[in-house]
Design a protein. Sequence first.
Length: 345
Amino acid sequence: MRKIKGWKMIAVIASILLVSGCGAGGTSTGGNSQPDGSGNGASEGPSYTFRLAEAHPADYPTTKGDIRFAELVKERSGGRITIDVFPSAQLGEEKAAIEQVQLGAIEFTRVSTGPMAEFNKDFGVFSLPYIFDNDDHVWRFLLGETGMGLLDTLQSSGLQGLGWYSSGSRSFYSSKPLAGIEDLKGLKIRVQENKLNLAIMDALGASATPMPYGEVYSSLQTGVIDAAENNYPSYYSSKHYEVAPHLLLDSHQRVPEVLLVSKTVWEKLSKEDQEIIRQAALDSIEFQREEWAKYEKESEEAVRAAGVTITEVTDLQPWKDAVKPVIEEYRSEFSDILDAIEAAK
Ligand code: GTR
């Protein structure tokens, strides 16, 4: 490595800080002022460089949504606010990323509402099986008053929700033949980390193994687990289909994605900057949904071409009957939200 000495070193550090708008240690909420003289209101004010943690690779639809969000923020802040997207869980697995965002150590993240249930009780509702009929139903709820209101309830958990992204529906896949509900009995199934999933697997006669997403491939490969569950895009992009080539399309959950900012960071921003960020998040939703629709199709085609055995569930009644006790157990906990979901049908 080339050595940089003395004043040269100081100049390099100073220019990094000037460009990034960061204080020492990369904490950027101190907000170094960097007027650009354009006279445009949005471009006047402090400069920031923030980080956004994303579990999926760069070409995945959620990551593309994050990038679009960051571009809109940059453009509308006149270049003052930079959000660097870190894909592929470089900043940690989802649960750890949420904790870091709560602390303000990472400013933004895109996560599934699955693990969010452990941070905010209301978010558990999304893990209840068969509460939505299809994706349109999900979106009518998310963009309605109760759905949008849920983004603000996160404040009590040290977070602020900014918007929702698509995640389709989740189905089971296994390294063992899987053709019907009876095949789940006795299987060790990896689930997203929240307690509702334990109850659901129990109701299906399986045993739940919560673990981070990044550990699922090797756990399937080595037989630590027999099965997992996810949507087509994750099944394909994570390559789980290579080690669990039997897919059973039961669509038991529709667990949307959510874009989050740390509450500590949020509260240090001016009202104008909050507005730029909030609106950019909302404006990135449509693009993410289009990317989702395309990739969902591509990934389905790709796993079919790879020879995965795919069984469509034609009669969902036995599935709904099996998980009914879970819904009954949790109905009172989520009654207002469940009413709003019902009304969005
Ligand atoms: C995906 C979701 C990820 C992660 C993953 C999982 O559908 O997009 O954020 O939650 O599921 O199962 O852990």
